[in-house]
Design a protein around this ligand. Sequence first.
Ligand SMILES: [Zn+2]
Length: 280
Amino acid sequence: MNIRWVVPGLLAAVLAAGCSTSAPEGNGTAPSVPGSASAPPSATPGRGPLAGRVVVLDPGHQLGNRAFGSEIGEPVDAGGFTKECNTTGTATRDGFPEATFTWLVALEARRELERLGARVVLTRSANTDDAWGPCVDERGRLGNPGQPGPTADLRISIHADGVLADGATGFHVIRPERLDGWTDDIAKPSRRLAVLLRDALVRAGFAASSYRGREGIDVRGDLGTLNLSDVPAVMAELGNMRDPQEGALMESRAGQRRYARAIVAAARAYLGVSGPGRQG
Ligand SMILES: [Zn+2]
């Protein structure tokens, strides 16, 4: 039903390589296709158990990245070293792009978090072929103290993997490795956030990765989005888009909602707000 996400075959090899990150654009054209649009306006933050809390949701990649290779290939600071600004992301075997999946999950999670009173900051404001980025450094810094806009309580970066190996399935949550001068200030609370997100995903019925990390959690020091964050941060690889079953789930509205609900449950638990699935 959604045909906008068909990916040219030429890109398949690139897309299969997997995942990286990026940030805000704002010039969406509001097409009628879900998943290829500007973000609907935010609700007015206000009442609810999460009132006064700020959550950064970082939907990985941007639909247009595939058309802006030189722009997203530019090196940016990734925490004491440089890395390319962003990548195209991966896609399901049907060509449903990771950028669209992460966008739809982020919008769904935002809706629920705002309903609970939180303020949600998205690192990009559209999912469109006309835009690229933002780069990983921008995605990592948005919501930090001293940055324009509100200071966040936590950051959750949303991605999905693209692994071709048979039997590679399941999610993993990446927490930042402790790097002096970069993540030493956030390593411990980020670890807690990672455990809560892992637990929420398991409770939602998702299996931990069969191919990466340990019990659904991995630790990495090479991700600018995590290294540059000054607020507790994790990156969720929600599953393997190349696996036919997981890919189909990611393409479905019901699947996107399930992933989003787990993200919301984790944010709630991290912020210590009681509700179904409270974990402290
Ligand atoms: Zn990705």
